[in-house]
Design a protein around this ligand. Structure first.
Ligand code: NAD
Length: 253
């Protein structure tokens, strides 16, 4: 699909909106080398989704740490891609007010986005499963690699990643919902929109009378409701939207 026409339409809506938010998922980071869950090369084609569940952590902390340490370690060296950079630039231009992300990789902030709401937590820290104290993931990883045992807090509790596991409530949901309620446009990038309740955030914008733009390689749950759907790679699509937005702004008297 050549997304040129859709990029023009998306840019028109974006430039004419008064409070737009971006809502991103794992697909915005695949071009940085981090696999998504449900795409063609997604993790769930190789692993059992139960491995992302809180019950797996509680029942088998060793197996859990073997899976998570490898996954989060690879995120440490990942760099923002064209999609993250374009979103940061759209924010600097005043066209996006906040990025609400389901991702835990920290790449929006690394790209320069200033207002980032990480509703599924962050891979950069761990949290004690007993006392709740937080520590840097790199320190916990070092301990795990040295001992081969799940790292422990000074209180004796086992550290877990500071992210939302399946079966747990979303964090900063209230803040994200407030953003959605005041928005008149949601730009979804790289999400299958199947993980709830986070996926309801862009829906809320549409239900409130706003516009819904979807950039995703595959069809999503809400394509029928969307004003623009771009089935293109996120980096290329967002660079086009950025270019078209600049063109519209520059052509204004
Ligand atoms: P998902 O795996 O359900 O869906 C990702 C979507 O992105 C797929 O539909 C896929 O077609 C699309 N996609 C893949 N590469 C793309 C690209 N280059 N351009 C455009 N679209 C692309 O992901 P989700 O909806 O975010 O939900 C899964 C959950 O897993 C979320 O909570 C997410 O945070 C978490 N997760 C996070 C990371 C990360 O932090 N980078 C990685 C994997 C999973």
């Amino acid at each position: 699909m050549d997304c040129g026409d859709e990029a023009r339409r998306a840019a028109e809506l974006l430039v004419n909106s008064s409070y737009s938010i971006a809502f991103t998922g794992a697909g915005v980071s695949t071009e940085s080398g981090i696999p998504d869950f449900r795409g063609p090369n997604g993790l769930w084609r190789r692993f059992d989704p139960r491995m992302a569940g809180v019950e797996y952590f509680l029942g088998d902390p060793r197996g859990f740490w073997a899976f998570y340490s490898a996954r989060f370690k690879s995120m440490l060296s990942a760099k923002p891609n064209a999609a993250h950079l374009a979103l940061a630039e759209l924010e600097r231009m005043g066209l996006i007010k906040a990025v609400i992300t389901q991702n835990v990789d920290g790449l929006h902030s690394a790209a320069g986005s200033a207002r980032v709401i990480e509703v599924h937590g962050s891979s950069k820290s761990v949290r004690c499963s007993r006392c709740g104290a937080r520590a840097p993931f790199v320190d916990a990883l070092k301990s795990y690699e040295e001992t081969g045992e799940p790292p422990r807090c000074s209180c004796g509790g086992i550290y877990r990643p500071d992210v939302v596991l399946f079966g747990e409530p979303v964090v900063r949901l209230g803040e994200a919902l407030d953003e959605a309620r005041r928005s008149d446009l949601a730009l979804v990038v790289g999400s299958s929109l199947t993980v709830h309740p986070a996926a309801e955030i862009p829906l809320l914008v549409k239900e409130g009378g706003g516009s819904l733009l979807v950039i995703n390689m595959e069809p999503t749950e809400y394509d029928d409701l969307a004003d623009v759907v771009m089935n293109c790679p996120a980096g290329r699509a967002l660079e086009s939207v950025l270019r078209e937005s600049r063109r519209i702004i520059d052509s204004r008297p």
